[in-house]
Write a protein that binds this ligand. Structure first.
Ligand code: DNO
Length: 359
């Protein structure tokens, strides 16, 4: 297992590589160029320069989160071939820089979504929250507004402003797209890129829908064990894998995360894990919590144990943290609470692995 920490280059992050280097157990970053629009090639020289910067800080750059998939690919439009070809060129360039794992998502139109970015918790910290009734009643304008409000003037991952103008049309487009048709479009994409994933030695981990609930009439296709099985069967390459995001999948109380970890890790199809905890306030409403099992609904010990016992040897990162100690940062991506999360996960991993060997 390798612990990584999400980080944005080019001054787009309040956290520095030097700070990340001091978090015990963290070997590298999961990073991306948020200023390159989806569909464009990531230039080789730009990637190599970033790799060198990360290496100079004493860290690795083996994980990319995310190379975003152009909407035309998800929509199945004729123009997708050009975007797929660009995607493959980016994969080649990333491979030449030593990248081993790409996290991406296939959520239509918008990436993750919360109805509140700054919910005060009783201990004086702040966290991101989701209320389904509130979210369902939002207009596109208020959705964008709610994601920008409290964003600390930073670009939110998956909410790059260049996406906004087309969002209304895209939402409309998908109203008549069935899950079956959407899966066909995804299959076309996977069939095109997986041979190159094999050639370039890159594991792909698709990020599940976040939240895993039907919203704005958009097809939601990767959100429980059954739909993950369907997704993994779309293309049988071992490179076609899952980013097991415990917070996203855990938002559906019916999802048994340790069981999913066991099933998909034993298949060798989990290259990357996002570990975080959430606390439900009702079936479809929740807020993000500190990583500890005692703070949320997920049993983090059981999840880590399931990963360990199924031979997981990919990358893990602590996921969204609360805003604590007056930190100003990207929502969910401050230094302090994620560093606490990383240390907690390292502790669980050590405990599970040592108990195992003494049995
Ligand atoms: C949210 C993240 C997602 C994730 C993408 C992967 O904070 O977990 O934005 O990076 O869905 O493409």
């Amino acid at each position: 297992m390798k612990m990584v920490f999400r980080w944005w280059p080019n001054g787009d992050d309040t956290v520095t590589l030097a700070q990340i280097r001091q978090i015990p157990g963290v070997s590298g970053v999961a990073t991306m160029f948020s200023d390159i629009p989806a569909g464009e090639v990531w230039p080789r020289e730009t990637i190599l320069a970033l790799r060198d910067q990360v290496h100079e800080a004493g860290l690795e750059m083996e994980v990319i989160e995310s190379v975003n998939v152009h909407e035309d690919i998800k929509k199945g439009l004729a123009s997708r071939d050009e975007y797929i070809s660009n995607y493959i060129t980016t994969m080649k360039n990333l491979h030449e820089a030593g990248v081993k794992c790409i996290c991406y998502n296939l959520m239509p139109v918008m990436d993750w979504f919360r109805s509140q970015l700054e919910m005060p918790l009783s201990d004086g910290s702040f966290s991101m929250a989701y209320e389904h009734a509130v979210a369902s009643g939002l207009t596109l304008e208020s959705i964008i507004h709610s994601m920008l409000d409290g964003s600390q003037n930073m670009t939110l991952p998956g909410w790059e402003p260049e996406r906004f103008p087309a969002m209304a049309k895209d939402i409309e487009f998908y109203q008549n797209v069935s899950a079956e048709e959407y899966f066909r479009n995804i299959t076309y994409f996977l069939d095109a890129i997986m041979p190159y994933a094999e050639e370039y030695d890159i594991d792909f981990g698709v990020h599940p829908d976040d939240p895993p609930l039907p919203l704005f009439g958009l097809p939601k296709v990767i959100n429980n064990a059954e739909s993950i099985r369907t997704f993994l069967n779309l293309n049988s390459s071992n490179r076609n894998g899952l980013t097991l995001c415990t917070g996203s999948l855990g938002a559906n109380l019916a999802n048994d995360i340790p069981a999913m970890a066991r099933e998909f890790c034993s298949m060798g199809r989990v290259p990357f894990v996002h570990l975080r905890n959430i606390k439900h306030t009702s079936t479809n409403d929740f807020h993000e919590s500190a990583h500890l099992s005692t703070e949320g609904d997920l049993d983090m010990f059981e999840i880590v144990r399931a990963l360990y016992e199924s031979g997981f040897d990919g990358y893990i990162r602590p996921d969204h943290g609360r805003r604590i100690w007056d930190e100003v940062s990207r929502p969910g991506y401050g230094l302090y609470d994620r560093a606490l999360g990383a240390s907690y996960i390292e502790g669980l991993w050590e405990a599970v692995s040592k108990c195992k060997t003494s049995l």
